[in-house]
Design a protein around this ligand. Structure first.
Ligand SMILES: C[S@@+](CC[C@H](N)C(=O)[O-])C[C@H]1O[C@@H](n2cnc3c(N)ncnc32)[C@H](O)[C@@H]1O
Length: 437
């Protein structure tokens, strides 16, 4: 980064531009692309946070931005780099508290640095200034479904009906709150951190701040985990000394809950890199578990008292945190994952003692990865019964219980008076018990 770049704020915009372009081209997670391109820019913490904010809001509102740009371009643009540069410019003007001239000027300067589009300065200037002038008309005219691709729109309307599906996409317009799972006395921690104690027992922070600087971080009193994500491990009711397998464990939020309950946990994950993070997380929390980097389908162990299977999934339940998911995943990904989920469920069944408990969960809105998996599992394993979950086990959130006694949380659930602090990640969870035989 040179001094001119730094003064003009080009570094953060270039990082956002590169990360957005590569995420869409390679269909990979935005976080990975931000991590890959950040070192080249050598940004301050503040500028890197700005780059992340620009990239994430561009992904969150990509459909709206594309619509606004198409309406203001005389002819279609085929150059993806140029389109993405316009997109990050429009994102700053429409959705971030950034002066219009800063968004426009940096976009023009970045274009000048790239040979192929260096003559597009006039077009960028004209289009972005028009977006700024017509901001209110754009924001008022943007339909809720613009930011959702057709394949997801069709699925969600078919699964949840138009009313709830529309509430889901409206919830996706906001960033999710930060929730903490606390080892002991969540009420006292909620007060100390100025947060809210949720009915599920999690603490929801009300201010966005650096997590590492909060009281309790260094001493390992709590960890970041969405309130919905904290429910599956609770539903196992782990007891001290029980042998429990967490079959898809990393980065370890649920392993930490099981270990904190005193269980003897085997944390399995096929990614050694992600398991390293799990170990670091447990070390900070002063909790312990045995770890094994292996494909869970190949695990060979004596039977367990209980098993948690937080299976790999399309992650469409986490779109508020990871809006890139809607542009990087496809129906084909869902189809492939459902096969893996069914195989992992069958493996979990084989690893469980008679009388043992199994909790299956996915952070997906797709019923193929949730409700349909539970049905398929029970049909394939007549020695297992569903153990219905009760409202009192999930903080009284009756809206999240299905008629079968499973849990289905949605981003539009848990509505609080402070609208911006409402919502849950979309999860499915079911509990099964193996018959004594
Ligand atoms: C949804 S994440 C787990 C999140 C974790 N339970 C938590 O609460 O922090 C799914 C994990 O499954 C792992 N995974 C995917 N396929 C696997 C397999 N066949 N065997 C074991 N782990 C697998 C991935 O590496 C990923 O870490």
């Amino acid at each position: 980064m040179n001094q001119t770049d730094s003064n003009a704020g080009l570094g953060p915009r270039r990082l956002a531009w590169n990360a957005v372009t590569e995420t869409l081209k390679r269909r990979v997670p935005l976080d990975d692309m931000l991590d890959e391109y950040a070192p080249a820019e050598q940004l301050s913490g503040r500028d890197e946070a700005l780059a992340r904010a620009i990239a994430i809001v561009t992904m969150r509102r990509l459909g709206t931005i594309g619509w606004a740009l198409r309406e203001r371009l005389d002819k279609g643009l085929r150059d993806d780099r140029l389109l993405n540069l316009l997109a990050i410019g429009a994102a700053q003007i429409l959705f971030l508290d950034i002066p219009d001239h800063a968004a426009v000027d940096t976009a023009v300067q970045l274009a000048q640095q790239e040979h192929r589009i260096k003559h597009a300065g006039g077009l960028i200037n004209a289009v972005l200034r028009r977006v700024a002038r017509e901001r209110n008309a754009i924001l008022n005219g943007a339909e809720p479904w613009l930011d959702t691709p057709d394949w997801l729109e069709e699925r969600w309307i078919a699964q949840y009906g138009e009313g709830i599906a529309t509430e889901i996409v409206k919830a996706h317009r906001s960033m999710a709150s930060v929730d903490l799972t606390v080892k002991e006395d969540p009420g006292a921690w909620a007060e100390r951190l100025g947060g809210v104690l949720l009915p599920t027992g999690s603490v929801r922070l009300t201010e966005r701040t650096s997590i590492r600087d909060l009281p309790g971080y260094d001493e390992g009193a709590w960890w970041v985990q969405d309130a919905a994500a904290s429910l599956p491990a609770r539903l196992l009711h782990a007891k001290p000394g029980e042998r429990i397998a967490d079959l898809c464990a990393a980065p370890g939020g649920k392993t930490a809950q099981l270990a904190a309950a005193g269980a003897d946990v085997l944390a399995v994950d096929r990614s050694a890199k992600r398991l390293k993070r799990l170990k670091e997380n447990l070390a900070r929390l002063d909790l312990s578990a045995t770890t094994r980097a292996i494909d869970a389908e190949k695990l060979d162990e004596p039977p367990f008292d209980a098993i948690l299977l937080d299976a790999p999934c399309s992650a469409t339940g986490t779109i508020r945190r990871h809006p890139d998911v809607v542009w990087t995943k496809s129906g084909e990904d869902v189809r492939k994952l459902t096969g893996l989920q069914a195989r992992l469920l069958d493996k979990a069944a084989a690893l469980l003692k008679p009388g043992g408990r199994l909790v299956y969960c996915t952070c997906s809105l797709e019923q193929d990865e949730g409700e349909r998996q539970a049905e398929g599992f029970l049909a394939r394993h007549p020695d297992f019964k569903r153990q219905p979950i009760t409202a009192s086990e999930i903080g009284g959130l009756t809206e999240c219980l299905t008629p079968d006694g499973d849990v289905r949380t949605l981003p539009c659930h848990l509505s609080l008076t402070d609208h911006d602090r409402s919502g849950l990640d979309g999860f499915f969870m079911a509990r099964f018990v193996r018959g004594e035989s």
